[in-house]
Design a binder for this molecule. Structure first.
Ligand code: ADP
Ligand code: MG
Length: 237
């Protein structure tokens, strides 16, 4: 499902967290929102998800005005920053969580969980508990849980957040593979330029609630639109 934000704004008190943003995200693409802390990335993601309502502007999903649609109507998979799995539930139960609240039959849930465990390369580990997995494995479970509802859009907020450099690198490659197979429109937030450069088809550079530049990693790197982008992603000298 494609996404379009039309002149969308969201403020908190006097502060404009997202300030008249226009953005089109093509169906099936893998996009990074990249910018420093406080630049409005998470707020923009929450606006797309329906967790926040814009003060102004419109949001379009698959060509339909979704500005006032509920989170559930949007059918979006979401992985939050420092995403926690339910500790007292097994990996399988964690993945099944969103399916069970949608009252899907037990046999279908079982089949879906097995498929997803296979997809995240954790087949056979469905009966383990989160504490028995590594950080990278847990993050893959969080992704499987988001994918369980067969979302049209996958939103990831700092999905590599708390992981060490080597695991981050593995997860980046893994996310790309997952996207190539699923082709779900995916938007992920990061403040790490390497995450964005190595994973995304297109990068959206944010600063102070506004978009500074949109382009492929090569375009952003080779032809930064302004001094801010140059400073943020340009060659280090
Ligand atoms: P980023 O994800 O790029 O770090 P955020 O979208 O989280 O940025 O936040 C942008 C700004 O909006 C920050 O300065 C933050 O303090 C403020 N902000 C975000 N959410 C809220 C909220 N619920 N209430 C008040 N201020 C908020
Ligand atoms: Mg954030």
């Amino acid at each position: 499902m494609g996404i379009a934000a039309e002149n969308i704004s969201k403020g908190f008190g006097n502060f404009q967290a997202v300030d008249r943003v226009n953005l089109e995200i093509a169906q099936g693409s893998l996009i990074a929102l990249l910018g420093p802390s406080g630049s409005g990335k998470s707020t923009l993601l929450r606006l797309i998800s329906g967790l926040e309502t814009p003060d102004e502007g419109r949001l379009w999903l698959a060509g339909k005005d979704a500005t006032t649609q509920s989170v559930r109507e949007r059918n979006i998979g979401f992985v939050f920053q420092n995403y926690a799995l339910f500790k007292h539930l097994t990996i399988g139960q964690n993945i099944a969580f969103g399916l069970e609240i949608r009252s899907i039959s037990a046999s279908k849930v079982k089949k879906k969980v097995a498929e997803l465990l296979d997809l995240i390369q954790l087949s056979g580990l469905g009966n383990r508990y989160p504490a028995q997995l590594s950080g990278g494995q847990r993050q893959r479970v969080a992704l499987a849980r988001a994918l369980a509802i067969e979302p049209k859009i996958l939103l990831l907020d700092e999905p590599f957040g708390a992981l060490d450099a080597r695991v981050r690198k593995d997860l980046r490659a893994w996310l790309r593979q997952l996207h190539e197979r699923s082709r779900v429109t995916t938007v992920f937030v990061t403040h790490d330029r390497s995450d964005a450069m190595e994973v995304a088809d297109k990068i959206v550079i944010m600063n102070k609630g506004r978009i500074e530049q949109i382009g492929t990693p090569a375009e952003i790197y080779n032809r930064p639109a302004n001094a801010f982008v140059m400073g943020f992603v340009g060659p280090v000298n």
